[in-house]
Design a protein around this ligand. Structure first.
Ligand code: CAA
Length: 256
C-alpha cells in the first residue's frame, strides 16, 4: 500500500512502513499538512508493522520548517505561522501540540523507528530524526538545531531525546551554537548508531531491518517498552515492570 499526500509518501510493505519526505525541490521542507498526514499514518499502523523508516527524497533528509511559514511577506501560505499569531497564546500552544503529533508517534514503542539521514537534517528535520529510535547517517551528512539562530526554540519534541542521547551539556552546546554536527561526531556522541558511505545507506538499512525483525515480535516490543520507560522510572518501578513483563513472556514461551 502506498499513498502520496501533502509532500510525503507513506507506504507499508509487510513488517516495514516507510515515511518518505517528498519535497526535494525545497529540500523536503516541512509544513503542518505533512505533519498531519504522517501522524494519521503512524497512529493507525497495522499490528504487523514492526519497523518504521523515515527518509527524505533527493539526497537530503530535510531542511526543516518550510521557511515560507515564518515569512511575514507570505501570510497567505497555508499553515502560515505568522497568520496563526493573530490567535491567543493558548490557541497557538494547542496548535503546536497538534504539530508535535508525528514526532510523538515516531517514539511509539509498538515499532522501531529508524531515521536514514543523507545530506542534512536541519531544525524540524533534526527533530524528526531525533524522534526516531535509531539514526543511521551517510558519512558526509550533518545535523543542525538551527532554531536558536532564527530566534526560536526547538519545539517539535526534540529537546528531550537530544538530552537523553548526548547529555545536557553537549545538547546545550549543539543548540546554543546552532552548529553543524557531522556524521562521525554524531556517531561518537551517541546521536547516530551507524555511519556509512552514502552509497551503502540502502544496504545498511536493509541489513538493520532484517536484524530488527529477526526475533519474536512481542519479546522485542516488551523489551522496547521497558527500555523506553527506564529513564522516567525509579529502579524499583523498573524492576517491577521487568518482572511483570517476564511473567507474561514465560507463560507464552513455555506454554504454562
Ligand atoms: N524552507 C523552504 N524552502 C527551502 C528550505 C526551507 N527550510 N530550505 C531550502 N529551501 C529551498 C530554497 O529556497 C531553494 O529554493 P529555490 O530553488 O526556489 O531557490 C531550494 O530549496 C534549494 O535550496 P538551496 O539552493 O539553498 O540548496 P543548498 O543545497 O545550497 O542548501 C540548505 C540547502 C543548507 C538546506 C539551505 O537551503 C538552507 O540553509 N535552508 C534553510 C534551512 C533552515 O533554516 N531551516 C529552518 C530551520 S528551523 C526549523 O526547522 C524549526 C523551527 O523553526 C521551529
Amino acid at each position: 500500500m502506498s499513498i502520496n499526500e501533502s509532500g510525503v509518501e507513506l507506504s507499508i510493505d509487510g513488517a516495514v512502513a516507510t515515511v518518505l519526505l517528498d519535497r526535494p525541490d525545497v529540500r523536503n521542507a516541512q509544513h503542518p499538512a505533512m505533519w498531519a498526514a504522517i501522524a494519521g499514518f503512524l497512529e493507525s499502523l497495522p499490528e504487523e508493522v514492526r519497523v518504521v523508516v523515515v527518509r527524505g527524497a533527493g539526497g537530503t533528509f530535510s531542511a526543516g520548517l518550510d521557511l515560507s511559514l515564518v515569512d511575514p511577506g507570505q501570510t497567505e501560505v497555508e499553515g502560515s505561522l505568522v497568520a496563526t499569531l493573530a490567535r491567543s497564546d493558548q490557541e497557538v500552544i494547542d496548535l503546536i501540540g497538534e504539530y508535535q503529533r508525528p514526532f510523538v508517534a515516531l517514539a511509539d514503542p509498538g515499532f522501531i523507528s529508524i531515521a536514514v539521514i543523507d545530506g542534512y537534517a536541519i531544525g524540524a528535520g533534526f527533530q524528526m530524526a531525533l524522534a526516531c529510535d535509531l539514526r543511521i547517517m551517510a558519512e558526509d551528512a550533518w545535523v543542525c538545531m538551527k532554531e536558536p539562530a532564527l530566534g526560536l526554540v526547538p519545539d517539535l519534541a526534540g529537546t528531550k531525546p537530544l538530552v537523553e542521547a548526548v547529555g545536557y551539556s553537549r545538547a546545550l552546546e549543539i543548540c546554543a551554537t546552532a552548529r553543524k554536527v557531522g556524521a562521525h561526531e554524531a556517531e561518537r556522541i551517541g546521536l547516530a548508531q551507524s555511519v556509512v558511505p552514502a552509497a551503502e545507506l540502502d544496504a545498511t538499512l536493509t541489513g538493520l531491518v532484517a536484524s530488527l525483525v529477526a526475533h519474536d515480535a512481542t519479546a522485542v516490543r516488551r523489551t522496547q517498552e521497558l527500555l523506553a520507560a527506564a529513564s522516567s522510572r525509579s529502579l524499583d518501578e523498573q524492576r517491577l515492570a521487568e518482572r511483570t513483563a517476564q511473567v507474561e513472556r514465560l507463560r507464552a514461551v513455555l506454554g504454562r
